[in-house]
Design a protein around this ligand. Structure first.
Ligand code: GLC
Length: 668
């Protein structure tokens, strides 16, 4: 009976919130649950687990319940702190590493994970042993751990249009997490960006909700295992997180953490589709968005968190806030926010202020400012996930395995993902594929830089400042090209500024955006290098020397680059391909006769914008002079290449050899 009553409780809450929403129907930012689809969630509820959770809750003190709903960052807590503050989870934020240093080795991570877990489950007077969750942003592989396989970022995976690939990448990522003691991935992002100036566009699969919906469930199943499964960690799986609920990609002007003004029907049609399939796949957590909807911050929106997500969509896992995201609710701070719990956040991500937040939340519960029923519901959801993950089972068979991280199978998977993600936008006079016996100049500041090809969220939050030796199992794009050419009797000369002396038959120039994460990647304009077009000058110089140019563009999004496209004979959108740069050469370099070894299959999952006439003129006239970046211009709506565009090699046509193009390819 107890279990049944508990099972009913969330739906009672959902009804209460729907009633509140209906009464406030006129107010902005209030959702109407009846407008939303039903998810067929079957993933997380089972009577045995619910009874076990009820028994646990019955034994827990109020302090222990408050501890379960607070997550600290490893940079601000020690294992010993857990004896006084029995927190339910920790995270390693983008900047955080064991011992606060730069030691990101698998051994260091595993030692920390085990030390934290040991305290959380030790037997001591007055303590209910409950294993701690360890969450990380494993968003393109286990990207915070040195030596891990770094997969292409989601924008490239979207171009692959291959849902099965997504599931395989999720499974490989989960295994590479399990070996170092992590059990919770803050992935997949289910954002549907509407303005590419948003710095997090590359964390999204597509502007197309249907593709995001097809991918979401696959990534959740890849990370977690099949819904209704038990003991995920024992089978090398982890908890997944559908994020950031809801509408993070729809903010005005693409401003990170901004306001999404969409109507409620548009919010459902465009931004919610991934969550339906993620919940159907039994996703264990959802992360609330920093952004707001119609002026109401998501962290404080009960009609969306309780009425829609937990009510109508039937989500049975727990909602985690974003990094101090609760503090963005009016009247809240990092250390004090009853409103978030009341609105439907089940776990505070309180990296630094967790201790004060613990004390304040305990006091608010004792004072009746927060209904105990809400606390119990939050704790139930968290313990439900921990039980389904198998955390109460001490076995961690994957931990410490030396054969999993960057295994040959995972590297091959990543390399095939690179091949599937690249999009061929231009191939004038069939310059590509390049004959393997050709003499090739490889230029551009992205040619031999593994960190650059990985992008943000790589061995650190912003992904910048790395050297190739930081990626012991990685391969740069240049190294891949050199290997392919040398295998075919050709040669590759690296000259970042293109000033090489030996007359090449063709030049491959790798350039594009530097690594960035979150708002650091927000742009005022979608025009590439809108001020000084440094890369254009290199392309134009090579063309002036009658050297055919293949551009390989590294970017977290499509950018308006008409001048660079026009200065290239071939142009490949490579996105952020990750540590297996050899996948690029697999497509660019043919066999000794110039026939393709692999063909392009990628198609744009975002429309590619055209330059504005003013920007194109400025690029021509300014010739790299700092024209100054104008104020935030309106988003460009006219695409240069439509959603779904992508060229392939012609079937059975005699592939051109670069040499033949050398003299005949007059500049445009
Ligand atoms: C960040 C991001 C979120 C990430 C979290 C933990 O601010 O918004 O995607 O999972 O903090 O690093």
């Amino acid at each position: 009976m107890v279990a049944r009553l508990n099972l009913l409780r969330p739906s009672i809450l959902a009804l209460l919130c729907c009633a509140a929403a209906a009464s406030a129907a006129a107010a902005r930012g209030v959702a109407h649950a009846e407008l939303w689809p039903h998810a067929r969630s079957t993933g997380l509820l089972d009577p045995v687990t619910e009874l076990r959770v009820s028994e646990l809750i019955g034994r827990m003190s109020l302090e222990e319940k408050v501890g379960q709903i607070i997550q600290a960052d490893i940079g601000y807590i020690t294992p010993e702190d857990l004896r006084r503050y029995p927190l339910g989870a920790v995270l390693a934020g983008g900047r955080s590493a064991p011992d606060g240093g730069s030691n990101r080795t698998p051994a260091a991570w595993l030692a920390l994970a085990r030390a934290l877990r040991a305290v959380s489950i030790e037997s001591r007077p007055g303590h209910t042993p409950i294993p701690i969750l360890f969450g990380v942003d494993a968003i393109h592989g286990n990207n915070g751990v040195s030596g891990a396989t770094i997969f292409p970022h989601n924008i490239g995976l979207g171009a692959a249009h291959d849902p099965a690939l997504i599931g395989r990448i999720g499974a490989a990522t989960a295994q590479e997490m399990a070996v170092v003691g992590f059990d919770w991935a803050f992935a997949p992002a289910l954002s549907v960006p509407q303005d590419l100036r948003w710095g997090r566009s590359y964390e999204s699969y597509s502007q197309d909700p249907a593709l995001v919906r097809r991918y979401a469930g696959e990534m959740v199943r890849g990370l977690q295992g099949e819904p209704n499964g038990m003991n995920s960690v024992q089978s090398g799986h982890v908890a997944a997180t559908a994020k950031h609920f809801l509408g993070d990609g729809g903010t005005r002007g693409g401003i990170d953490q901004g306001d999404t003004e969409a109507s409620e029907p548009e919010l459902v049609r465009v931004h919610a589709q991934g969550y339906v399939s993620a919940i159907d796949a039994g996703v264990m957590s959802v992360m609330a968005s920093y952004s707001s909807w119609q002026g109401v911050k998501l962290h404080g929106n009960a009609s969306l968190l309780r009425g829609v997500l937990k009510g109508r969509l039937g989500f049975e896992g727990f909602v985690v806030g974003d990094w101090n995201g609760h503090a963005q609710i009016a009247g809240c701070s990092n250390t004090n926010c009853a409103a978030a719990l009341i609105a439907g956040i089940d776990m505070f991500m309180a990296p630094d202020g967790w201790k004060e937040l613990f004390d304040n939340t305990l006091a608010q519960l004792r004072a009746g400012d927060i209904p105990l029923a809400l606390l119990d519901d939050a704790v139930r959801r968290i313990l439900r996930v921990k039980a389904r993950l198998g955390l109460f089972d001490g076995a961690r068979p994957w931990e410490g395995r030396p054969d999993v991280l960057a295994s040959s199978a995972h590297r091959a998977l990543a390399r095939s993902a690179v091949r599937e993600s690249l999009v061929l936008l231009k191939n004038r006079r069939q310059l590509l594929p390049i004959r393997a016996s050709a003499r090739v100049l490889v230029a551009g500041d992205g040619a031999d830089d593994i960190g650059r090809q990985c992008g943000g969220w790589t061995l650190g939050w912003q992904g910048s400042g790395h050297v190739n030796s930081d990626f012991p199992h990685g391969e740069s794009i240049y190294a891949g090209i050199r290997a392919a050419l040398e295998a075919g009797g050709g040669s590759a000369q690296l000259s970042v500024d293109g000033s090489a002396t030996a007359a090449p038959e063709v030049a491959i120039v790798v350039f594009g955006e530097p690594p960035y994460a979150e708002s650091a990647g927000d742009l005022p304009t979608i025009e590439y290098q809108a001020g000084a077009r440094r890369d254009l000058k290199l392309l134009q110089r090579l063309r002036a020397e009658h050297i055919p140019v293949v551009s390989v563009f590294l970017s977290g999004r499509p950018l308006a680059a008409d001048s660079e496209l026009d200065a290239s004979d071939a142009f490949v959108a490579a996105w952020l391909p990750g540590s297996e740069g050899g996948g690029v050469a697999d497509l660019l370099i043919g066999d000794a006769h110039g026939a393709p070894r692999h063909d392009f299959s990628g198609r744009l999952s975002f429309a590619w914008p055209a330059s504005t006439p003013a920007a194109a003129a400025a690029a021509g006239a300014a010739n790299g002079a700092a024209a100054g970046v104008k104020a935030r211009t309106a988003a460009i709506t006219r695409p240069r290449f439509a959603l779904g565009y992508g060229l392939h090699y012609p079937a059975h046509s005699p592939a051109r050899t670069a040499g033949a193009c050398n003299r005949a390819c007059a500049p445009d």
